[in-house]
Design a protein around this ligand. Structure first.
Ligand code: ZN
Length: 239
């Protein structure tokens, strides 16, 4: 039996699947993983992306932060790909219980998924630091320099920056979903970014599926490892 047929068999037999995804899920929508382009960015920017996306950089060089953020982190023309669509279908069919994502692009929700746990927040939500008013992403895209609220406060994207902690409520929801899962499918992440990646250790089941083009730190625990495109793989598992 080939790998895709084995995945299909695992999916067909379960109604308690949880998907945990990383940047690789969105690269198929044309959103690059900023961690893999350090060299490229350094040609244009004075600092590595991890610095420019940190809390202290945001506070100290807010205008420079937004310049980088608008250019590299916002992808308004990106659309859900086969992976997002297949996962939404699995949820609609009652088979998938939750999607836990490290991405901030909102594409799972756009594809129709309902229970999406966004570990690192969402670029689609932007909050005034003073009065907490919420703004859509267009407010950031269509402003110059530092985007300001009508109250004068700075509008900050609702994404977790470096040096910031993950929302404890979101962490608990994700940990619960993983703990309760029968099948855990991990896709598009090499599981190197903590603390998110460490959450996988809470999985008690015996059906861990890894879909990633390169090795991950959990390969030894996986029942099934597929090194192909996530979109193609998940789509073929639904046929
Ligand atoms: Zn305000």
């Amino acid at each position: 039996m080939n790998l895709n047929s084995r995945l299909k068999k695992i999916i067909d037999a379960s109604d308690n699947i949880v998907f945990f995804g990383g940047a690789g899920v969105s690269t198929e929508s044309g959103i690059p993983d900023f961690r893999s382009f350090d060299g490229l960015y350094n040609e244009k920017y004075k600092y590595p992306p991890e610095t420019m996306l940190s809390r202290s950089f945001f506070m100290q060089q807010t205008e420079e932060f937004f310049k980088f953020y608008r250019e590299k982190m916002l992808h308004p023309t990106a659309r859900p790909n086969k992976a997002h669509i297949a996962l939404a279908e699995l949820e609609a069919n009652g088979k998938l219980k939750a999607i836990i994502t490290q991405n901030v692009d909102g594409l799972h929700t756009e594809a129709g998924s309902k229970n999406v746990i966004e570990l690192h927040g969402s670029a689609l939500r932007n909050l005034c630091m003073k009065c907490k008013e919420c703004y859509p992403v267009e407010k950031i895209i269509n402003s110059d320099g530092v985007p300001l609220c009508h109250c004068g406060g700075i509008i900050k994207p609702d994404v977790v920056l470096y040096e910031e902690s993950l929302d404890p409520y979101v962490m608990v929801s994700a940990a619960d979903a993983i703990y309760e899962a029968d099948v855990l499918i991990v896709g598009g992440t090499s599981l190197n970014v903590y603390p998110a990646a460490g959450m996988i250790t809470g999985y008690r089941g015996k059906k861990l599926v890894l879909i990633n083009k390169s090795e991950t730190s959990y390969d030894h625990r996986a029942k099934l490892i597929i090194r192909e495109s996530i979109g193609e793989t998940l789509e073929s598992a639904l046929r």
